[in-house]
Design a protein around this ligand. Structure first.
Ligand SMILES: *Cc1c(COP(=O)(O)O)cnc(C)c1O
Length: 399
């Protein structure tokens, strides 16, 4: 997955353009730039890539989620439904706005379960966030119609599924708002960066202003701009945008390499009858950034994970025992460990989490192994790796 694996001349050229004129900021300084507007150019390129009307670049994927929610008016006391399996950024971004994260089960797609979403809706629910983890998606159609029925905002976090599609549409472009990360380990990287995409012009204008201190971006005198509402600073720099501009042009090449490597490994391990794969909804195509598979039970999954580690099969994750991506290890969230006082509403909202259990999520995450697909592997390395994985899995099943 990480786009940095294939850095080359294109990235260097784009960054040098910025250094040559010295304008590292995305707004203003028109005279000095010699026509280089890397953030603007990247936004234009991303509207094509993600087949969307509007793109607002921001400083990170986490910022993208906060900006997306803020742009749609989500804030203090509002409940946002999110999955138990995701990156910690999901609840961070929600809580930053004073909103309350409501965690619900995932299903065999490894994304939010529509039935769990429906069951979690209360009069305070304002938005539902589907996180397209590890290169694939959940049941977007069903969640979207639940959102329509209950008049909720539907946000897609497609940070880990850049290049995946559903009914031929890019992931991230289906919800009311889509969020992307271009941090250092994502399929396209800017070093640090993110994007909010939407077809809604109001949300877009809100995102544009909110991510730059509420500036209205009218005219070309920054000092004279007005501030229609309060904002914050979530700007991306020209240097970061320049790297992304080179990378995004290579996305089809990246996805092609991921698919090739993914397919070799999948074909090899699918010969083991006890191994099953994550469900990809009908009409969906993964980005091939990860290969996800299930083992018969938690104990075997732990054995396979250990076997991989002991035998040099890196970048495979058993998220059940991992600190970053699954609720089991989010003690800081469950114990409300905040540097500063949290609002009474957030504290009340998080109270449930302490004792709540998520058996359905445990059932899937406990048995799941998720292997990152690297682009820099040679074909020989992938074949060897696949062979080793098969023998480690077979051993774990025997013992
Ligand atoms: C990486 C990631 C984020 C956050 O992106 P940053 O750019 O690192 O802040 C959010 N959600 C998911 C699913 C991610 O993988």
């Amino acid at each position: 997955m990480p786009g940095f694996e294939l850095f080359g001349d294109l990235e260097r050229k784009e960054v040098n353009d910025v250094l040559d004129n010295g304008v590292l900021m995305r707004y203003g300084f028109d005279g000095m730039r010699n026509g280089h507007w890397k953030a603007k150019a990247l936004e234009a390129e991303l509207t094509k890539t993600f087949e969307t009307k509007h793109v607002q670049l921001v400083s990170s994927g986490t910022a993208a989620v906060s900006v997306a929610l803020a742009s749609a008016g989500v804030g203090a006391g509002d409940e946002v439904i999110m999955p138990t399996f995701t990156f910690v950024a999901s609840f961070e971004a929600i809580m930053m706005l004073g909103a309350i994260p409501v965690l619900v089960d995932i299903d065999d797609t490894l994304a939010i379960d529509p039935k769990a979403v429906e069951a979690a809706i209360t009069p305070k629910t304002k938005a539902v966030m589907m996180v397209q983890m590890c290169g694939s998606m959940g049941d977007l159609n069903t969640v979207q119609s639940i959102c329509e029925k209950h008049d909720l905002i539907f946000v897609e976090d497609a940070c880990q599924a850049i290049g995946g599609t559903y009914d031929g549409k890019p992931l991230g472009s289906i919800g009311d708002l889509g969020c992307f990360s271009f941090d250092f380990v994502k399929t396209i990287t800017c070093g640090e960066g993110g994007a909010v995409i939407t077809n809604n012009s109001d949300y877009y204008l809100n995102a544009d202003h909110y991510s730059d201190h509420g500036h209205d971006h009218e005219g070309n005198d920054r000092g004279a701009e007005t501030h229609p509402f309060l904002g914050y600073n979530f700007r991306i720099s020209e240097l970061n945008a320049a790297v992304g501009l080179a990378q995004v042009k290579r996305l089809p090449e990246f996805i092609g390499i991921q698919k090739k490597h993914y397919t070799i490994i999948r074909n090899a391990i699918s010969q083991i009858p006890e191994v099953t794969f994550r469900t990809v909804p009908a009409g969906g195509e993964e980005s091939y950034a990860f290969l996800n598979f299930f083992l018969p039970d938690l104990e075997i999954a732990r054995k396979v994970s250990k076997g991989f580690k002991d035998n040099g099969i890196d970048v495979c994750f058993h998220y059940y025992d991992n600190n970053w991506h699954y609720i089991r290890k989010w003690e800081h969230l469950k114990n409300k460990k905040s540097l500063f006082p949290l609002s009474a509403e957030i504290k009340q909202g998080l109270e449930n989490l302490k004792h709540q259990t998520f058996e359905q999520s445990d059932y899937f995450i406990g048995r799941n192994i998720s292997c990152l697909i690297k682009m820099s592997w040679t074909e020989n390395e992938v074949a060897k790796r696949a062979e080793n994985m098969v023998s480690i899995i077979k051993d774990a099943l025997k013992s």
